[in-house]
Design a protein around this ligand. Sequence first.
Ligand code: ATP
Ligand code: MG
Length: 359
Amino acid sequence: MSNHVDEETLEPTLQNVLDQTSLKWIFVGGKGGVGKTTTSCSLAIQLSKVRSQVLIISTDPAHNLSDAFRQKFTKTPTRVNGFDNLHAMEVDPNPDMSELETMEGMEDGGFLAEISSSIPGIDEAMSFAEVMKRVQSMDYSCIVFDTAPTGHTLRLLQFPSTLEKGLGKLMTLKDSFGGILSMASSLMSGPENEDMLTGMMDKLEKLKAIVEEVNSQFKSADLTTFVCVCIPEFLSLYETERLVQELAKFEIDCRNIVINQVIFPEEVGTSRLLQARVKMQQKYLEQFYDLYEDFHIVKMPLLEEEVRGTESLKSFSENLISPYSHTSIKDLDRHVLELEVEQLKAKLHDAESRLAHYC
Ligand SMILES: Nc1ncnc2c1ncn2[C@@H]1O[C@H](COP(=O)(O)OP(=O)(O)OP(=O)(O)O)[C@@H](O)[C@H]1O
Ligand SMILES: [Mg+2]
């Protein structure tokens, strides 16, 4: 069966991500609620075992790193409790422009705010570039991004190009009108205005350089990869295909798909509902294997409880590296059977006492 061949072709784990020590930026993305935060935290935990310093960043306005680790994080990297070399930060993708300007050291009358209103998406792009600049200057060997649901993620990856285009436009303006502008400003209120204009353009040139650098890093498969997270359902399969195609368009490397919330047949016991679910999931799993022969497809089990807190995340994260084993499921099966035996015993006891009543 093609299914088995495909499963054997590429390892069904994220070990390849751990092994590729050149990787600096790892994006984790997918549709809402499929398990992006759980997967990115799990991956960051595994990476922290093999890398010197790991940072996990959430760019989702809903900020769920704090929920997942049960620890409050802010826009400053904070060490995750229970780890020496894992830090987390939560970034606001809709920045306050005045704050951004202070960070940039541009206190010259809301200039960035003005640009932001003239080029759509540039404020988010600026804030993203600012984060990248800050992060790049820190000593992290690897940065994992827990991204917002699909639409948002793709916009985030477009930021470098958005910003580059916007800045390009400004540079052209500067080249065409720079001379006139500086002449006019020095005529009107002295040479300090000319300095201001030059300073502003210098800063923009610097920002542009960062953006170009980020752009080229994102497009290098040595440095950047994108891990898609999904669930074995029709809509998620469809969304994943869309995401994979968009990533290809942006020339961003993508070769791992994590399929979360998989119910393994061994787990269903006697539940008809679960049996039906498994059947449906198997259908979509086969389609994933057919479509993504050249991807590492990693199946993550649906657990009875939410994956929250360091210990749960640590244990869940093991499944990213060694495929889920069903040994514990046998225990679950035994438990279900034991319960059934108990129920049957109770029924038998009831029937016996009723029979005794008639005799
Ligand atoms: N395999 C699983 N088994 C049981 N619960 C899970 C599993 N994966 C994730 N969860 C739980 O499902 C919820 C959603 O997961 P998570 O927050 O990782 O999704 P998300 O894709 O980041 O969501 P959002 O799009 O809202 O950011 C969480 O409460 C998480 O603990
Ligand atoms: Mg999330």
